[in-house]
Design a protein around this ligand. Structure first.
Ligand code: UDP
Ligand code: MN
Length: 339
């Protein structure tokens, strides 16, 4: 090697070291902007619906599969009902991509009593065959029941402070979901769901429920007019929805989607809850009211039918061919910290 070449190599080495040193010492704003920009791009990538070669499936029909219920929203998001999807097709798409799912659940105070049924039934019916990581928030970690988990399924208990009012507990979930995604899940999982704990799975809840932003229709208010929806009607609240607006009434006991989308939802609702708190106002149905406001202006890309959110005290109408998940009957006075 000639002296000239050695000198060039030396200069290149010194320049690289200098750039590295300047970046780590000052982090110039143009450099951060470039990184920030790249981060935003990757955050919003959607999963492609890649289908493996050589898998035989039934041919799709060109006619609507259900006559009795709507299977699509006015913005063309699917409304998922029994007989509207082919699980063989769906599982081939998502298993091929090795997706992972997180499920959060909150059990504070006496609500720990619901955990056993929730977890055991989830193990039987929720995303069976996919890796699932439960994140369980509780102020009573010693009372978390032992539940045998399947292969590739795990549970992390996160100790949370006790709260005195049930309204605070249900609303505080938004901030905790936001923080969990920001600190742990953002780049490590593909989908996240959050559930009420006073619930039980009864039948298959699988990959047909996956989407960028997923909401579920309320079992009581399904079919009601928008004027009857129990939206927040006081203009002073951040959750306010005027009587001439509204698509559906969504249940607050489940939200789901890609981590970046659920993060935006949780953060927005958390901020609006705080703003209202500063103004001494609390929305009529707490986090559910803010969720309904969010979904009105940020439309869900997939809507789950009440099959995915039933209530044990309601009689099943004909259009409900299956109950996949329901809220159980509970004695409010017995389990809530305040009335
Ligand atoms: N929750 C809790 N402890 C409480 C009150 C509520 O852990 O004392 C959590 C729990 O996950 C529950 C959710 O907040 O499922 C929503 O509250 P709740 O089920 O009472 O509301 P509802 O479904 O009756 O409107
Ligand atoms: Mn509930």
């Amino acid at each position: 090697m000639r002296f000239g070449q050695i000198f060039c190599l030396f200069c290149a080495f010194i320049s690289c070291s200098l750039v590295w040193l300047i970046y780590h010492s000052y982090k110039p704003s143009w450099f951060s902007d470039v990184l920030e920009c790249r981060a935003t791009v990757t955050k919003h990538v959607t999963l492609d619906l890649i289908f493996p070669v050589g898998v035989a499936c039934a041919q799709p029909s060109v006619h609507t599969s259900r006559q009795d219920v709507s299977i699509s929203t006015p913005w063309s998001a699917p409304i998922v009902w029994e007989e509207t999807f082919d699980l063989v097709v769906i599982d081939n798409i998502y298993k091929y991509q090795n997706i992972t799912v997180a499920a959060t659940v909150f059990a504070l105070g006496k609500y720990v009593r619901f955990l056993k049924d929730f977890l055991e039934s989830a193990e039987q019916h929720f995303m069976v065959g996919y890796p699932v990581h439960y994140y369980l928030f509780t102020d009573l970690p010693n009372e978390v029941p032992e539940v045998k988990l399947g292969e590739e399924r795990q549970l992390t208990v996160i100790k949370t402070p006790s709260l005195k009012r049930w309204q605070e507990i249900t609303q505080s979930r938004m901030g905790m979901i936001e923080k969990l995604i920001e600190e742990k899940l953002r780049n490590t999982i593909d989908y996240i769901f959050s559930f009420d704990v006073d619930t039980k799975f009864h039948a298959h809840w699988g990959a047909e429920s996956l989407g960028d932003l997923v909401g579920v229709l309320h079992p009581y208010l399904f079919g009601s007019s928008r004027q009857q929806f129990t939206y927040e009607r006081r203009p002073e609240s951040q959750a306010y929805i005027p009587s001439e607006e509204g698509d559906y009434y969504y249940e607050g006991a489940m939200i789901g989607g890609r981590p970046d989308k659920v993060y935006e939802l949780a953060k927005t609702c958390r901020m609006q809850i705080e703003m209202d708190k500063d103004n001494q106002i609390e929305a009529v149905w707490q986090d559910e009211s803010y969720l309904n406001k969010y979904f009105l202006y940020n439309k869900p890309t997939k809507v789950l039918s009440p099959e995915y959110m039933w209530h044990d005290e309601i009689q099943k109408p004909d259009h409900m061919k299956v109950v996949r998940f329901s809220q159980v009957i509970k004695k409010y006075a017995e389990i809530r910290p305040n009335t």
